[in-house]
Design a protein. Structure first.
Lengths: 463, 834
């Protein structure tokens, strides 16, 4: 039935179900595969804004809130909110946003003054103001966003996508994670392969030390010694394959060779010396505030150029329960400029059409104030808000320059075109060429999928 | 006859089809509260008769008249569903059209599932007769006869026995998880008397490493870890006591029946020993979320569900967790039955117990009374009891009047977030509180009084001094080891069906009970009887599921491949009679697992060569028929253990708390706010077996995860075996493995005569339990010479590779042997048990 591995793969014509056998077939599980139908996008850059950025201060202007300042929400909202808040009390006063909003680009999408670089790309961006989720705490919210379930243990969207599409890169992992700021609540569970073969788990490029765990030769061990080791290994492994007839050994051999290529390719990826001064400036590589996030944004572009399928960029944290104004400014200063630069750069290089760029948190923040440090308005923050928040998507298959959905006057609920996290997932998979109900994996006696039993493609978001 | 107008209507737009168009809307929005399990306001919308009858407030559907149908009014005005997204205008229109067209329900199949199933795994285990055979010489025991009978039917010859060297390495790794030492190999190859292999098997079964090896498989099912999981992921300092209990129980060959009862109900046994309480630490492997602001009930419920699912997978081999949100789609397990199982575990409370280690109990008991008296005196001298009474009054008031935005609310919530859930203890009168909880609560109160009282109030009582003195006093507390366990809640906790699994949507109340498709539970429905029911002779699943999992570790796949799923969606057994024979053998022999291990490893089936056979590639690519052994990649822990053993670094100590081998700093930086600490183990602890590596759920030790260890979130009955480039990087470049290569290199120089051949043979025996063949020797000699030349011209590298000189060799020779050792420790054969 399986005369040779390669022959076997050819027989499946790169079909999806071949991927299900990848745990037996080793590195070949990463060969590029066709989705269900031709997708507009081939790659994703998922810019995860951990903690829940405040949509009221960035994307969803509510000038009418001024007159309610300090007053509690009307009772019908309070009832709705009861027992679903993490910290704030439902009778807390309303905190109007001190930000100024104006329309941007030809589309005239309104965004706040603290994110001018992002806002300048308004015509590429599909802003969703009607997101909602089921979780009102960080870790469950992140699990739901990435794995479609609040339970621990399901594969992350990045793992699903690489499982579905394989990788275009022969010397880099297919799913890469880049982090800036402090760690996220979800940690590795945000990029886990769950029950999918471990081939599909996110590989973390680290801020310090080796970008990939154990990428460098230890200490003074030279490249020649590494090569001799691999040559000897290859000789003996090949002999053993002949003797035992076990073709799986070929996967082991190729995994060592890929590891060796990664040792060369990854440092090249990190070498920005060939980037122009203008590019470095645009991403803010040499400025203190933007260095970390900007480096990750530039890395993301370089990875997409090299065929990395899924780049997750995690920035923590926007969890501003206190001192909202101060912390929001810091986060905007750290992320806005590189974000705008990445969109512009991708577009200029013709990569935006085939790359989905997603910017979102696990939820948004309440219109009511939360006081933990005292009553001084500058020390106030906002609580977690799962019922109505904003995020944006740009690039492959997405219709830019538009706003989807609308919230009520208090930004408490999504009034028009509510988009659930599962709908977002279904839509992203659609852009990549997948019917989200058919991208499945059998585990514990059941076919699992990213969107669990939910999700509808949001047609309005599409080109 | 169809009138013209109706015909035009039909052509214009066919009325909505109930199954295709209407039912999905009702299911998504309505039947959670108006369906089979609950009927809010008496309304049920999933069956025609009930739907048309209406609810407590009258009719909801007027066929043909959407305008006067209350259902339409409620959804169109957004009154229903009461929370979550409303129906879209399109959905409302569909419902209107359907009612306008007469609200036709198709005749549906009756919902009630037949409770008698013909599925094979629900039938009683019967001991089958052994089959007749043509070849009567090959078999060594009954296992072989069942396997051979099938092979003869397919006209396939079994494979010859593996070489003795291979066999010893195989059985050593399988029974103890450690490769044989060169002395073991030599003794075994020299023992030409009959029964040499069987004697080796007995030696290995009696090794204390047997318990370690097989404990790891059980810990996968129990999803053991040393930390809470979720955001904070706090360490669980005494989790290891449960692991220890498992290792000891397996080494003593405790019957699987008792093994079951102690883990599931150790705390309910009469006068339970500390060990039995630690066994019930089984339950404590569920995750705990201590994130600020979580709904503690949500995650308590998640734990109960996890416990029910884990028991379902581990003992019954059924994915009962699927029935958490709806009736099981494929197996005869209803949602009600899932919550009946849930109800056994719902009254569990996490409870840490004093569990003295050997030698600790006597001195500890003697010192207790004096210590308790000192506590009472000190607390009273600061007016503690009065203040604590006031604290209790305020907290309980806050608890009963939620909604005030004040610190006392938070204080009450924090009390609930503690490990032992002190809220109910606080509700008790002081005299009723068990001693341990009483002490915990006092400690907590002294530490956190400022949650409720002002600085001034506390200063009045000189609280800071009390805290200081108290810290010193509790430090002097008579030391005793603790263990995680559980106890029954002090208050009854009714269990409800949770609609779509949502802890906020309570359906009808359910009582504890077992699935109706299985033989009935005997006696009162409590955990102790549940445990006894699981291991009763009449339970058709437990023995089958258990022997199948043992089998799986020996052949790479179970007789039932889906070892986690014996339901109708699982794979049928390849050898049903063998499975039943082994099951009855387990039960007939006091559920002793070593008996089954012995039978399997002594069988001719097990002893076959694992060489791939051309003729089987076509006929049996998955090796279901067992005409050869399997070649299996070692689990993550065993790769570490083998490298440490071969290099001579291994510390073979059994048991004890977790250890933390060196790992790059960046690993824990990925934990939440960099909060996880990883104090590297020093001294011999660095070299302990992989099973003792501290399992930190949010940032697990990389080598474990890279080699497919389960993430300890859910019960795992079958590990994956992947091949990835990250594995290559790990084995090549991780300092832990480089150190092993360096030690192995020095060992070769020290322990063998200084010829290339002899050193290489020693290396092969240490790593692979065999000698190199001439071609392997020739190839490695070539690479040896090349590397030697390289290092002779690069002495810095040579010295780096050869830091601990044997005193006789040059750095270049020493370094080259480190490189040779590194090659062997990366060989595919080294990573496999063949």
């Amino acid at each position: 039935m399986i005369p040779t591995r390669r022959g076997f793969f050819q027989k499946c014509a790169g079909g999806l179900w071949a991927a299900a056998l990848a745990d037996r077939l080793g590195a070949e599980g990463m060969m590029p595969r066709q989705p269900h139908f031709p997708g507009k996008a081939k790659n994703i850059i998922f810019m995860f804004q951990e903690g829940g950025p405040s949509q009221l201060d960035l994307f969803d202007p509510k000038p009418g809130l001024g007159k309610y300042s300090g007053k509690p929400l009307p009772p019908e909202y309070v009832k709705f909110f009861e027992s679903k808040l993490a910290f704030a009390q439902p009778d807390a006063g309303i905190l109007p946003s001190p930000r100024t909003f104006k329309p941007w680009g030809q589309s005239g999408t309104e965004m706040a003054d603290w994110i001018p670089h992002t806002a300048a790309r308004a015509d590429d961006i599909c802003l969703i103001r009607s997101m909602h989720t089921d979780a009102f705490n960080h870790h469950p919210g992140q699990l739901l966003l990435f794995s479609g379930s609040m339970q621990f243990g399901r594969p992350s969207v990045g793992a699903w996508v690489t499982y579905g599409l394989g990788s275009e890169s022969q010397d880099l992992p297919g799913f890469v994670v880049l982090a800036s700021g402090r760690g996220t609540s979800g940690g590795v569970t945000n990029w886990t392969n769950g029950f999918l073969p471990s081939l599909y788990q996110g590989t973390v490029f680290r801020n310090s030390g080796d970008p990939i765990l154990y990428l460098s030769n230890p200490g003074q061990l030279s490249r020649q010694t590494q090569r001799t080791t691999l040559d000897a290994l290859k000789d003996l492994n090949e002999r053993h394959m002949e003797e035992t007839g076990e073709l799986d050994i070929a996967s082991r051999i190729s995994s060592y060779e890929l590891a060796f290529r990664m040792q060369t390719a990854a440092p090249g990826l990190l070498d920005f010396s060939k980037e122009t001064a203008a590019t470095r400036e645009a991403y803010g590589i040499d400025e203190k505030a933007t260095r970390s996030y900007g480096t990750n944004c530039l890395l993301a572009r370089r990875m997409v150029e090299r065929g990395v399928r899924f780049v997750m960029l995690a920035h923590a944290s926007w969890d501003d329960h206190t001192e909202l104004n101060k912390k929001l400014k810091e986060n905007c200063d750290a992320t806005d400029k590189p974000t705008g630069a990445l969109l512009a750069d991708l577009k200029q290089r013709g990569l935006l059409d085939s790359t989905l760029v997603v910017w979102c948190g696990e939820f948004g923040r309440t219109p009511m104030v939360e006081h933990r440090l005292g009553r001084d308005p500058d020390q106030g923050g906002r609580d977690h808000h799962p019922f109505a928040y904003s995020m944006w998507v740009a690039g492959g298959g997405i219709k830019g320059g538009q706003v989807v959905g609308k919230t009520d006057e208090f930004c408490m609920r999504a009034e028009e075109d509510p988009v659930h996290v599962h709908d977002l997932q279904a839509t992203l998979l659609h852009c990549l060429g997948f019917d989200h109900t058919r991208l499945t994996y059998r585990h514990l006696g059941r076919d699992f999928r990213l969107t669990d039993i939910h999700g509808n493609v949001v047609k309005k978001m599409l080109v | 006859m169809i009138s013209g107008i109706a015909l035009i209507g039909l052509l214009a737009a066919a009325p909505p089809d109930f199954l295709r168009d209407v039912q999905p809307i009702l299911v998504k929005n309505c039947t959670g509260c108006h369906g089979e399990a609950v009927q809010s306001s008496g309304l049920r919308l999933d069956r025609a008769a009930d739907a048309l009858k209406g609810g407590y407030s009258g009719r909801a559907i007027e066929p043909g008249d959407p305008a006067s149908s209350k259902l339409i009014r409620m959804v169109a005005e957004g009154k229903m569903p009461p929370s979550g997204p409303k129906l879209t205008s399109g959905e409302v229109a569909t419902l209107k059209d359907w009612i306008a067209a007469g609200a036709v329900f198709p005749t549906l199949k009756p919902a009630a599932a037949p409770k008698q199933s013909s599925h094979w795994s629900f039938q009683p285990v019967r001991r089958p007769a052994e089959p007749p055979l043509r070849n009567t010489a090959w078999s060594r025991n009954a296992i072989d006869r069942f396997v051979l009978a099938r092979l003869e039917k397919e006209k396939i010859e079994p494979s010859p026995e593996a070489s003795r060297a291979k066999l010893l390495r195989r059985v050593s790794l399988d029974l103890t998880g450690l490769p044989p030492t060169p002395e073991d190999v030599e003794a075994f190859l020299a023992d030409n008397a009959a029964g040499a292999y069987e004697r080796a098997v007995e030696r290995l079964l009696n090794s204390p490493h047997y318990g370690e090896k097989w404990a790891r498989h059980w810990l996968d099912l129990a999803h053991y870890a040393d930390s809470d999981g979720y955001e904070k992921d706090s360490p669980r300092p005494y989790a290891w006591r449960y692991r220890q209990w498992v290792i000891d129980a397996l080494n003593r060959d405790m019957g699987f029946d008792r093994f079951t009862v102690e883990q599931l109900a150790g705390d309910l046994l009469p006068n339970p020993t500390p060990d039995q309480k630690a066994a019930a630490g089984f339950y404590r492997n569920s995750l705990t979320n201590r994130e600020g602001g979580v709904d503690t009930e949500e995650f308590r419920i998640a734990q109960v569900k996890d416990r029910a699912s884990t028991v379902g997978t581990t003992w019954l081999g059924l994915s009962v967790g699927c029935a958490e949100c709806h009736d099981h789609k494929f197996d005869p397990i209803s949602q009600r039955e899932f919550y009946s199982l849930f109800a056994f575990f719902n009254p569990l409370v996490d409870h840490d117990v004093e569990a003295p280690l050997p030698g600790e109990a006597g001195p500890w008991l003697a010192a207790r009374p004096g210590y308790e008296a000192s506590r009472r005196e000190m607390f009273a001298s600061y007016g503690g009891p009065e203040l604590m009474a006031e604290w209790r009054t305020r907290l309980l008031k806050a608890a009963d009047q939620p909604g005030n935005n004040d610190p006392v609310q938070f204080a009450w919530k924090y009390v609930g977030n503690l490990t032992n859930g002190l809220q109910p203890v606080l509700r008790m009168e002081e005299s009723q509180r068990p001693r341990e909880q009483r002490e915990q609560l006092t400690d907590y109160f002294i530490e956190r009084a400022s949650d409720v009282f002002s600085k001034e109030e506390l200063a009045l009582r000189d609280w800071k001094s009390l805290q200081k003195e108290w810290a010193a006093l509790t430090k002097s507390a008579p030391a005793v080891a603790m263990a995680q366990s559980v106890r029954q809640s002090f208050f009854p906790r009714p269990s409800h069906i949770l609609m779509r699994g949502d802890f906020r949507s309570r359906g009808v109340e359910v009582q504890a009970g077992t699935p109706a498709v299985l033989p009935p539970l005997e006696g009162e429905a409590n955990r102790l009887n549940l445990a006894r029911w699981l291991v009763s002779r009449r339970n058709p699943l437990t023995a089958r599921v258990t022997v199948n999992r043992l089998w799986q570790e020996y052949f790479g796949r179970g007789l039932v491949f889906t070892s986690e799923d014996f339901g109708t969606r699982g794979e049928a057994p390849s050898h049903p009679e063998l499975l039943d024979w082994l099951s009855s053998e387990l039960m007939d022999n006091g559920w002793r697992m070593k008996h089954i291990h012995r039978l399997i490893v002594n069988s001719a089936v097990y002893r076959q060569s694992s060489k791939v056979r051309q003729d089987l590639r076509e006929k049996d690519p998955d090796n279901r028929l067992l005409a050869r052994q399997a070649r299996l990649r070692l689990p993550a822990e065993l790769i570490r253990d083998s490298a440490l053993a071969a290099s001579g670094l291994l510390n073979p100590a059994i048991g004890g708390p977790g250890i933390r081998p060196p790992q790059p700093k960046g690993v824990t930086e990925l934990s939440y706010a960099n909060s996880v600490k990883w104090p590297e183990s020093t001294g011999p602890d660095r070299y302990r077996r992989g099973l003792y590596i501290f399992f930190q759920r949010t940032v697990p030790y990389p080598q474990l995860m890279t080699f497919d260890s389960p993430d300890a979130v859910l019960s795992c009955s079958r590990r994956q075996r992947s091949t990835t480039p990250l594995q290559a990087l790990n084995l090549l470049n991780d300092p832990v493995f480089l150190e092993a290569a360096q030690s192995l290199g020095v060992r070769l120089l020290r322990e063998s005569p200084p010829s290339f051949e002899q050193r290489l043979s020693h290396a092969f025996r240490l790593c692979l339990g065999r000698d190199p063949d001439p071609a392997e020797r020739a190839s490695l000699e070539r690479h040896y010479q090349k590397e030697l030349a390289l290092l002779e011209s690069n002495l810095d590298e040579a010295r780096y590779l050869y830091p601990q000189s044997d005193g006789a060799s040059t750095p270049a020779i020493g370094g080259t042997w480190t490189v040779m050792a590194r090659v062997l420790l990366n060989l595919d054969e080294f990573l496999h048990r063949e």
